[in-house]
Design a protein around this ligand. Structure first.
Ligand SMILES: Nc1ncnc2c1ncn2[C@@H]1O[C@H](COP(=O)(O)OP(=O)(O)OP(=O)(O)O)[C@@H](O)[C@H]1O
Length: 470
């Protein structure tokens, strides 16, 4: 935990209010979107890597960013320091919207924000000495005299636990951990205030990871740094981060103080993610939540809540409240299977197969039904819908089958994004609209889920998830 956060004590209580007046806030992100333009083969549909996120980062804190591979963590980190251009929204650093900077202003600002990469080798040129590598940003910015630059670099080598003599050596003469230290020294040359750490220890041996983490913590304290810490390893995140943002399909699903979020998650996606952490005590009872299928393509995100297609706590329509859990799960699986087939058809390979008049290698709808429902007692009302959907699918109209199943078994989760995120994700909106997250704890922790809606009488996510394992 950062010194700053410890000293401010109560500061976390208003951490997610998004108040522009809060002088402790360094970075304000509002309705940020970063899309990668599609290529011609996929009809020019952009990849919505970051799709309308809003959050603050406080000065001196470490904000963790977690989520499955491909959910947009790196893109978000890269956009925050303008290595990627935002498609829309705002990123305010100390009040200045940096998405509007260009030319000399942007170059000047870049000194304040740097990035440490997962693979130090990618940022270390093997033909340059360590001194040259670390000094390069100073040269680019014509910082002071060459002599002062050399002196500064040698001091930095000291600071990151290397030796001054290393100045004249080459990257290949160093171990992975030392190379990451070199990358960190280079990051520090221009005395940035904000650093994006993108999986900074994932590529290192476990024994070295702790050393580099300790170094990052020491540097934060010494220089008053603010970190965005992107990581897969949730135990490292729990150790180092003051707050955590949980990302799914380009959206932030939950954000709040680390310990609280880990010990009492609110969002169904956070529950799922945390349930995958191995339990140190093998006798402890813990149910792993296995999510169905793979995350949807960020080119074709689902309507409504981004997590709706895989959410184990998806809200049911009132008439199916009492349907057997297992059967409900199988109905969800059927929809996911049909969606996957639909999505797969959108791949380049299948488009080509289609053009060549070849059949995709899918099982028939009857085979899928047999696997899913042969062991189930299916009430007549459900059976009727299933029969109609099967008929449509057999006729080659799987999208119509999906629509029918969606109309019958779908719910508010698929109809609307929680709390105004529909508007937040409206790429045509002139002004950024901040999604109105539910505040789920006195600390100001926020979560994006219809089940938190106090106007509706929904059961809490954790109760629904508990039931699934009974
Ligand atoms: N330059 C690019 N052009 C097109 N699509 C991209 C580009 N970079 C990333 N993507 C896509 O954007 C989405 C988000 O990728 P990103 O790397 O930001 O995710 P991530 O959460 O950091 O993943 P990982 O944990 O695997 O690094 C993915 O679908 C990815 O394929």
């Amino acid at each position: 935990m950062s010194q700053n956060a410890l000293e401010t004590g109560t500061a976390e209580a208003d951490v997610d209010t998004g108040s522009r007046q809060d002088s402790d806030v360094m970075v304000e992100v509002r309705n940020l979107r970063t899309y990668y333009e599609g290529d011609g083969l996929l009809g020019g549909t952009p990849v919505k890597a970051v799709d309308g996120v809003s959050f603050d980062i406080k000065r001196g804190e470490t904000l963790g960013l977690v989520g499955e591979s491909g959910c947009g963590k790196s893109t978000l980190g890269r956009t925050l320091i303008q290595l990627e251009s935002a498609t829309g929204g705002e990123i305010r650093f100390d009040g200045t919207d940096i998405t509007t900077l260009s030319g000399a202003d942007l170059k000047d600002w870049r000194r304040n924000a740097q990035m440490v990469f997962q693979d130090p080798d990618s940022s270390l040129n093997d033909r340059m000495t360590i001194g040259e590598i670390v000094r390069e940003p100073l040269d680019v910015h014509s910082w002071k005299t060459p002599r002062e630059r050399r002196q500064h670099v040698k001091e930095l080598l000291d600071t990151v636990g290397l030796q001054r003599e290393h100045y004249y050596r080459y990257p290949h003469q160093f171990s992975g951990g030392q190379r990451q230290r070199i990358g960190i020294a280079r990051t520090l040359t221009l005395e940035p205030e904000f650093i994006v750490l993108d999986e900074p220890v994932s590529a290192l041996d476990v024994s070295v990871q702790a050393e580099v983490i300790n170094l990052l913590e020491d540097l934060q304290e010494e220089f008053g740094l603010t970190y965005l810490f992107i990581a897969h390893d949730l135990s490292v995140v729990r150790h180092i981060c003051d707050r955590v943002a949980v990302m799914y399909l380009g959206n932030i699903m939950e954000i709040g103080p680390t310990e609280e979020l880990f010990s009492n998650p609110a969002n169904p996606y956070t529950h799922s993610l945390l349930s995958a952490i191995p339990e140190p005590d093998p006798t402890a009872h813990k149910d792993r939540i296995t999510l169905q299928g793979t995350p949807p393509s960020p080119r074709f995100p689902p309507s409504g809540c981004p997590f709706s297609t895989r959410c184990p706590a998806r809200i049911r329509p009132p008439e199916y409240q009492d349907l057997d859990n297992e059967l409900w799960h199988q109905l969800d699986t059927l929809r996911e299977v049909l969606r996957e087939r639909d999505r797969t058809e959108k791949s380049v390979t299948d488009r080509i197969r289609e053009l060549l008049g070849k059949e995709p290698h899918f099982g028939t709808i009857d085979e899928i039904y047999a696997e899913l429902f042969d062991d189930q007692v299916v009430p007549p009302a459900v059976e009727e819908v299933l029969d109609d959907a099967a008929e449509l699918a057999r006729g080659g109209n799987e999208q119509a089958a999906l629509d029918l199943l969606g109309a019958e078994f779908g719910s508010v989760c698929e109809g609307h994004a929680p709390d105004g995120a529909d508007e937040a994700n409206d790429a045509d909106a002139e002004e950024p609209v901040e999604p109105d997250y539910h505040v789920v704890s006195p600390s100001g922790r926020r979560s994006l889920c219809h089940r938190h809606d106090s106007d509706a009488d929904y059961r809490k996510p954790e109760h629904v998830l508990d039931d699934r394992h009974r």
